[in-house]
Design a binder for this molecule. Structure first.
Ligand code: PLP
Length: 400
């Protein structure tokens, strides 16, 4: 018999990529719904509001005007100028539009940054628990992912002394995310000052993931780029997905130091050529228009946060801090005595509430659940009732 070589041999590098479990749980929840179950979705991190009309109109008009061809690789000039002005104002820094690269969603900024700065033999520090794509991309690029633990007892802030211990001559980059996914924690000034001082001393770069910048309920937003000497060392990741409820538009941006301008453009031209041209005209309206839609959404999220966290605290076996930002609650369910993956699975199957197990954000998230409160208050009330019964049943059965 003839021996054929394997049809396709996937390179081990491709196997280092991990998935984002929110999409997996969403697919499972949808399958349950198709089978007739009613599921409340607290798994996916996307605002439940429609994209404001003036933004949609901007994109529709652009299509009607024939703006349907390729655009410049780093983005249309008007949008880059508007982003530079608005992002600079919000952070108290001056940004030249040439340093703005418009990307299809914020995610590519993680890929471009790690690819540009780290490879085999290098180390990249990232938050644990944290957005799963960080560790995935670091490993894929051949660098060593070095987790920086965020602990509940310190409001999910990192310990500066621990950070210093993790820094080595091989450290090329540290990824920060504030307000944070999945904990809702916020890094304080001392934390940022520590990172800035260490970055200046050791020469590593900072990727500051600021996608939840607007979703801050207590205190003032601070970007590490605004600290002394840090504009040349910091890549800012931000975008339109969360702030303007535009997740499906796939529009984000990077603000890069001068040295990364060209490599970023090369990455973008190699992978996607440019972000969707007509969507960028919608984004232009988002920045130029009134920001009342953002303020109203954040005020609504604050109400939901207060409601959900207070209710979670009343459930047996559940402990929950009040997150200062983003739109996630991160309750500790370790007292149930069950692994968080089992709690999440049973909540979905037995109670019809889709959540994410904390450890899908890294081992540091073990014992927690992530609940997105980007869902209507009416749905949150229903979810709370179901979860209360679920945790009472668990406690009654001796599991708690
Ligand atoms: N960074 C963090 C921390 C996120 O939570 C997300 C999305 O969930 C992103 C980046 C990616 O945003 P986008 O949908 O614009 O790619």
């Amino acid at each position: 018999m003839l021996e054929y070589p394997p049809v396709m041999k996937v390179h081990p590098r491709a196997r280092l990529l991990q998935t984002e479990s929110a999409f997996g749980v969403l697919a499972r929840a949808r399958a349950l719904e198709r089978a007739g179950r009613e599921v409340i979705h607290l798994e996916i991190g996307q605002p439940d509001f429609p994209t404001p009309k003036h933004i949609c109109d901007g994109a529709i008009q652009a299509i009607r005007d024939g703006k349907t061809g390729y655009g410049p690789t780093p983005g249309i000039p008007e949008l880059r100028e508007a982003i530079a002005e608005a992002a600079g104002r919000e952070r108290g820094i001056s940004i030249d539009p040439s340093r703005v690269i418009v990307t299809p969603g914020g995610k590519p900024v993680i890929f471009y940054t790690v690819s540009c700065l780290a490879g085999p033999g290098d180390e990249v520090i990232y938050p644990d628990p944290g957005f799963p794509m960080y560790a995935s991309v670091i490993a894929h690029c051949g660098a060593r992912p070095v987790p920086l633990l965020l602990r509940e007892e310190s409001g999910f802030r990192f310990d500066p002394a621990e950070l210093r211990r993790l820094i080595s001559p091989r450290t090329r980059l540290i990824i920060l995310n504030s307000p944070q996914n999945p904990t809702g924690g916020v890094i304080d000034r001392q934390g940022f000052e520590t990172v800035a001082a260490e970055s200046r001393r050791h020469g590593f770069a900072v990727l500051s993931d600021e996608i939840y910048q607007q979703f801050l309920y207590d205190g003032e937003f601070l970007s590490p780029a605004s600290l002394e000497g840090m504009q040349d060392r910091t890549v800012i990741l931000d975008g339109f997905s969360k702030r303007y409820s535009m997740t499906g538009w796939r529009l984000g941006y990077a603000i890069v130091p001068e040295a990364l301008r060209e490599p970023f453009e090369l990455f973008q031209v190699n992978v996607v050529s440019c972000a969707v041209t007509f969507n960028q005209y919608g984004a232009l309206e988002a920045i130029r228009g009134s920001q009342d839609c953002v303020r109203a959404m954040v005020a609504e999220f604050r109400r939901r946060r207060d409601y959900l966290t207070a209710e979670l605290r009343r459930m047996p076996g559940v402990r929950c801090t009040t997150p200062a930002g983003a739109f996630y609650a991160f309750p500790n369910v370790a007292a149930t005595g069950l692994p968080s993956t089992e709690v999440a699975e049973r909540l979905l199957v037995e109670a019809g509430v889709a959540t994410l197990a904390g450890n899908s954000f890294g081992p540091g998230g073990d014992g927690y659940l992530r609940l997105s409160y980007a869902n209507s208050l009416a749905n949150l009330e229903k979810a709370v009732e179901r979860m209360r019964l679920f945790f009472e049943r668990l406690a009654g059965s001796g599991a708690g």
